[in-house]
Write a protein that binds this ligand. Structure first.
Ligand SMILES: C[S@@+](CC[C@H](N)C(=O)[O-])C[C@H]1O[C@@H](n2cnc3c(N)ncnc32)[C@H](O)[C@@H]1O
Length: 397
């Protein structure tokens, strides 16, 4: 009976797409709500030190609550903030970045999260789970259950039509590139009449058609193989390239290292900035991405490619003292690389981060090693979700 469920007053937003409330003194992380609301909750998990819960009835709504554009909001596990006006979403993301920097690095940040359009139809890469009946969908929050998804409003409209078919597989990946090329990735049989440019297996190996897509960013072309990393929002690559170049302030003749370089997105633009008399070392661990980078960067003789983990590359003689370090690690951040990275003695470090907690932890570590946070920009590159992308600039103090 819903009306027997507890009622809580909701406090501030916390990292992870939920807000903090208390029930009989115990901390509860509540999803599908907003700070300032009074909601009825259903407890979903008891983690000992805290509880998790879903808001199931909104008794007092906060300004900023809107009708979700998705019929599955709160159900499919894919978005956190469909019920929140986009400007208010950005305010919540800014609160999270601010709180992480304050708590983990002791730094006060008063910036804003910059809006990126579109807010729907932006996901150019989707990984669909498939249920026992072959229906594609998404996994419920913190669960293996698959919620079938007939339509996903954040998916790019030009993605391959995975949702209109049944699949005999656990996972199906769909990609559409900025040039309109479309790939599907799966191991099982594929439906007849699928309108794509290529099909790859779960490891990205070619099954039919092409096994890579072409991405264009300004006047640069990038080949990205089936399983390789590429920025997801259509505006992400350009936004981040501009932010990185602004932050790095690279001058002709300088030396740069681009760590966690993927298929060479930042490397290509940094190579242009340092010119023929400069140098860029581009470090990427994944063999497929490194192979793509080799093709993407072959016109830039000032670039040397190192296919190696960042941690090992920094301990080798292939990366020496540089003027500028750019790094864009995965969500876990660069904890194990920070000491060696700081020892390169760069005048500027530009840190691109998709997790503000990992960023704040690593910034604190860099501050202990003689760097100071000079600026931090944050971008709403994943609208409707709790994810936020940051570009931090650190200089030697
Ligand atoms: C967030 S992506 C960034 C890629 C690139 N900067 C871009 O914007 O397209 C992180 C990249 O780091 C790579 N990677 C993950 N762990 C790594 C490690 N320990 N050393 C080097 N590269 C790593 C991944 O393969 C991926 O290409």
């Amino acid at each position: 009976m819903v009306d027997q469920l507890p009622i809580v007053d909701v406090g501030p937003v916390a990292h992870g797409g939920h807000c903090v409330a208390r029930l009989d003194g115990q901390v509860i992380f509540v999803r599908h709500t907003l700070p300032g609301e009074t909601v009825r909750i259903r407890i979903t998990d008891d983690a000992g030190r805290f509880l998790r819960a879903d808001a199931v009835e909104i008794l007092q709504a906060a300004p900023g609550r809107v009708a979700p554009p998705c019929a599955l909001a709160g159900t499919c596990g894919g978005c956190d903030f469909q019920h929140v006006d986009p400007a208010v979403q950005r305010g919540l993301l800014a609160d999270v970045v601010r709180e992480q920097l304050q708590r983990l690095a002791g730094i006060s940040w008063e910036g804003e999260v910059e809006a990126i359009s579109p807010e729907l139809g932006w996901r150019t890469r989707m990984t669909w789970a498939v249920d026992d009946a072959g229906r594609p969908g998404l996994r419920r929050h913190r669960s293996h259950d698959v919620v079938p998804v007939p339509h996903c409003p954040i998916a790019h409209p030009d993605l391959p039509d995975v949702l209109g078919h049944r699949w005999d597989d656990e996972v199906v990946e769909a990609t559409v590139s900025s040039t309109g090329q479309r790939l599907v990735g799966c191991d099982g049989p594929t439906p007849k009449g699928l309108d794509v440019d290529g099909i790859v297996d779960g490891d990205g190996a070619r099954r039919s058609g092409r096994a890579h897509v072409l991405e264009q960013v300004r006047d640069h072309d990038f080949r990205v193989s089936g399983s390789g990393f590429w920025q997801v929002h259509p505006e992400a690559a350009t936004t981040l390239v501009d932010a990185v170049l602004d932050a790095a302030g690279v001058r002709p003749g300088e030396s740069v290292v681009d760590l966690y370089a993927g298929v060479g997105l930042f490397t290509a633009f940094l190579a242009e900035a340092v010119g023929a008399s400069g140098s860029v070392v581009s470090v990427e661990a994944d063999p497929g991405a490194a192979k793509d980078a080799r093709r993407n960067l072959h016109a830039h003789p000032q670039v040397s490619l190192v296919q190696e983990t960042t941690e090992r590359a920094l301990r080798s003689d292939r990366v020496g003292p540089v003027d500028v370090v750019v790094l864009d690690p995965p969500r876990t951040g660069a904890k194990r690389a920070i000491k060696d990275l700081a020892a390169l003695g760069a005048r500027t470090i530009v840190y691109v981060a998709c997790d503000p907690a990992a960023l704040a932890r690593d910034v604190a570590s860099l501050e202990q090693r003689g760097y100071a946070l000079e600026s931090l920009r944050a971008f709403a590159l994943f609208p409707m979700t709790h994810h936020v992308e940051c570009v931090a600039t650190l200089t030697r103090s």
